[in-house]
Design a protein around this ligand. Structure first.
Ligand SMILES: [Zn+2]
Length: 155
């Protein structure tokens, strides 16, 4: 039987969304995202491409798997030649990672990127990803938006 008292979380985790100061054991985050961030969390399913439109200056988007409730973070860092985009898994310990694929269907420069997620426990982890997709700035439209298609492989 499930007994929260029996679960020992190592350390406390800080919610990765910048406008939230929730801190707690990892086991509470699956519900926390459903309760508090339902509107700012992008639901997806494993092994299925899903579209997502990102703003050029939006640094963090939370992705939550609809069935398992696993939490992933889409990182979008603005750098000199363009934006660096990657996905990491918000989880308490390294779990081997899962593979993911990002596609940008631009007529000028179609991009495809395959990588593997890294585990992160907080957003300022020094390196949030193993590798990132570099998207040239001119692929963002005049409103600073870009449509991506992401496929995260189930563990
Ligand atoms: Zn939060």
């Amino acid at each position: 039987m499930y007994d929260p008292g029996q679960i020992c979380d190592r350390g406390r985790f800080v919610c990765p969304l910048s406008d939230c100061d929730f801190v707690g054991p990892y086991s509470r985050f699956h519900l926390h995202f459903i309760d508090k961030h339902y509107n700012s969390t992008v639901p997806f399913q494993y092994d299925k491409y899903f579209p997502i439109t990102i703003n050029i200056d939006k640094k963090v988007i939370v992705l939550q798997e609809e069935n398992c409730r696993d939490i992933y973070i889409l990182h979008n860092a603005t750098e000199r030649p363009g934006n660096l985009i990657s996905v990491s898994c918000f989880e308490p310990a390294w779990n081997g990672g899962v593979t993911y694929n990002i596609m940008v269907r631009s007529r000028r420069t179609p991009l495809r990127f395959d990588s593997c997620t890294k585990s992160i426990q907080k957003l300022d982890d020094e390196k949030t990803s193993l590798a990132s997709l570099l998207v040239p700035s001119n692929l963002f439209d005049s409103n600073g938006q870009l449509k991506l298609f992401i496929d995260i492989r189930g563990p």
